[in-house]
Design a protein around this ligand. Structure first.
Ligand SMILES: [Zn+2]
Length: 100
């Protein structure tokens, strides 16, 4: 039961280590799922991301957060996110060019 309680609060707080000490802070809250999904995608593209990052709605603040899932990101998935991200970047650039 204690574990469950901890798991719930972890959804809203993020902990990180600085100089061997653990710090806890509130997670960044996104107003829309789109923003959170986009953020998770960018993070999933990173080389050092081991666990897949997912967007979820927080039961505490009702905003969207990005959190680590238990799933390990495969090279295939990373490629998928990278490709999707590149596509978005390219279409953004194309849209900008059109306005010039
Ligand atoms: Zn929250």
């Amino acid at each position: 039961m204690i574990y469950m309680k901890e798991d719930k609060t972890r959804k809203h707080f993020t902990s990180y280590m600085v100089g061997g000490k653990v710090f806890t802070k509130e997670k960044i809250g996104y107003l829309t799922d789109k923003e959170a999904i986009e953020r998770a995608r960018v993070m999933n593209c990173r080389e050092h991301t081991i666990h897949k990052l997912v967007a979820y709605k927080c039961p505490i603040c009702q905003k969207w957060h990005v959190g680590r899932s238990r799933k390990v990101l495969t090279e295939k998935e990373r490629e998928h996110y990278r490709k999707a991200y590149t596509d978005i970047e390219q279409s953004k650039k194309l849209a900008e060019m059109r306005y010039r």
